[in-house]
Design a protein around this ligand. Structure first.
Ligand SMILES: [Ca+2]
Length: 541
């Protein structure tokens, strides 16, 4: 993300992460191009594979004593701190000059900063459902779609931890928007609600929920001796924002570098600064939470995960299948259990979080969880690329917001490797962000959106126009995803290989779209307001 001052090639260079130690090998593995091309790099990987096989054999031999030891260890607290619509790279630990996130930076410095964490579906409900169930979004029936129902048959990690003796709760935004009651649940899949304490927010658009205070309330109700599992989900930096709050907070628009899919406009810089103010509000609650844990002596026995659900609520980002939408901030701190000060390049999928939490608690994840625990990476002392098999990511979406005839979605599947992003748009005749007459609903209203909609220029086309059936981006060199190589004859073979690999993996995962049942996704009922539905618009013509 060049516009976040992250340098070239996936936006990273060795010195771009302020104050974090990186091993000499980290630079080599941090650059995916070198990773695949440098003989030294490949040799190192092979060596590590051999080491892993040896370690696996030793692990098998020692399985029983290890299992006993795991049960004897104290179960850690599990704390997920999740922002709403915060993009990767927008934190001061990345040397971005227009934002200050001391608490996130602290978690990154004292813990592990992940540079390749991805959601499988960059919109609130499916992304959060993936975290809770440990499954990719196309494996979640109705929960694939935004603002739908949450099917009861998929076990969620807070329930499993509660059954294992954890004290469980959430504040702010849990799973949602959507309807979990229809499926038979008695509470939000994130756990029992703790939203009692309110405050007077510093700016309009910021929620009145006092997340950190509600976390304290939760802690005060915890029975003695029980570990806790808490979900702190802020409503920030979701829109709307107080216009001008960024500048009023002392921020300088000139410091914001814009991505190439936006025109050079001061208004957009100011809109991004208003977003930054809300990210900082999220960070302030994280700071209070860390302080509270320190006060009660629980900081180091808490597995703290700080992340977001999807990218910033701006055109061509949130809800779209491009890098900035699904590449998520992720920092994890876990006392002495996870050696800190590391920067890790392994691909982490949101569905990997739930099995990791369960394994950290000494539990075996249920077979429904298709994600893969990365406890080994957390406990490792290494930086860079630790597990060479973690180098592939699938992304997709069906229906997000309404606004097309028959409540159709905009179906997409994509595959992301260290070098490439291949995107397959299955219905290229549809409008990717929603129909013009209903207001391009899969992009949150705001100053940047309306500014770009004023002119039907190339920025309009990039942000709201129709897209070809296939897109191919050399994402390590073009993280903004603006140079589509899908129709360049030079890349015919790589495109075919990526598409075949993607379809094979999706079939193995039981994606209904790959198994002849794509129509299912358009039959799912939308549980939110129909104010912007296509039929509502049609009726009022
Ligand atoms: Ca969101």
């Amino acid at each position: 993300m060049a516009w976040a001052n992250l340098g070239p090639s996936l936006g990273f260079g060795q010195d771009d992460v302020a104050g974090l130690h990186m091993s000499p090998g980290a630079l080599r593995t941090a650059n995916p191009m070198l990773w695949t091309c440098t003989p030294g790099g490949v040799h190192m990987r092979a060596h590590e594979i051999r080491f892993s096989m040896l370690a696996a054999c030793l692990g098998l031999l020692a399985y029983f004593p290890l299992a006993v030891a795991t049960q004897a260890a104290p179960q850690p607290n599990i704390l997920l701190v999740i922002a709403d619509d915060w993009s990767y790279g927008h934190a001061s630990v990345f040397n971005v000059p227009w934002i200050r996130t001391p608490a996130f930076d602290r978690v990154a410095r004292e813990g592990v900063l992940f540079r390749n964490a991805f959601t499988s579906n960059p919109k609130c409900s499916p992304s959060r459902a993936s975290i809770l169930t440990g499954r990719n979004s196309w494996q979640l029936k109705e929960a694939m779609n935004h603002n739908s129902i949450f099917p009861p048959e998929f076990p969620v990690y807070p329930d499993i931890l509660e059954q294992a003796g954890y004290f469980v709760g959430y504040t702010g935004k849990g799973w949602g928007p959507g309807e979990w009651r229809v499926g038979g649940r008695k509470r939000n899949p994130a756990g029992p609600e703790f939203n009692r304490y309110r405050l007077k927010p510093p700016y309009n658009g910021i929620s009145v929920v006092d997340y950190a205070r509600n976390f304290e309330d939760f802690l005060s109700k915890r029975p003695a001796g029980k570990p806790f599992c808490f979900w702190l989900g802020t409503h920030e930096p979701h829109r709307a924002y107080e216009e001008g709050s960024g500048v009023r907070a002392g921020k300088d628009p000139k410091l914001v570098l814009l991505p190439p899919y936006y025109p050079d406009a001061d208004l957009i810089r100011r809109d991004i600064l208003d977003y930054a103010v809300e990210v900082e509000w999220f960070d302030q609650h994280l700071e209070r939470v860390l302080k509270k844990l320190e006060e009660i002596g629980e900081l180091d026995n808490t597995l703290i995960v700080v992340t977001s659900d999807n990218g910033m609520p701006f055109p061509r980002v949130k809800g779209q299948i491009y890098e900035h939408a699904f590449h998520m901030p992720l920092a994890i701190r876990w006392g002495a259990v996870s050696p800190g000060g590391r920067v890790v390049d392994d691909f982490i999928n949101f569905r990997d979080l739930a099995p990791t939490f369960l394994e950290a608690a000494g539990l075996t994840p249920p077979p429904s969880m298709t994600g893969r625990s990365f406890l080994d990476i957390l406990k490792s002392a290494k930086s860079g690329w630790i597990d060479p098999s973690r180098n592939l990511m699938l992304v997709g979406k069906e229906r997000h917001d309404l606004g097309r005839p028959n409540d159709w979605g905009y179906p997409v599947r994509a595959i992301r490797t260290p070098e490439w992003l291949y995107v397959r748009n299955y219905e290229p005749d549809r409008w990717p962000v929603g129909n013009p007459e209903t207001g391009y609903r899969n992009c949150d209203d705001g100053p940047t959106k309306f500014f770009i909609l004023r002119r039907f220029d190339r920025y309009y086309k990039l942000c709201f126009g129709k897209r070809p059936a296939e897109e191919l981006y050399r994402v390590d060199q073009d993280p903004d995803c603006v140079n589509n190589l899908a129709y360049d004859p030079k890349f015919v073979d790589i495109k075919r290989q990526l598409r075949e690999r993607m379809e094979q993996l999706l079939r193995e995962e039981g994606d209904p779209r790959m198994l002849g049942n794509a129509a299912f996704f358009d039959t799912i009922e939308y549980m939110g307001s129909r104010d912007h539905a296509y039929d509502t618009w049609l009726k009022n013509q």
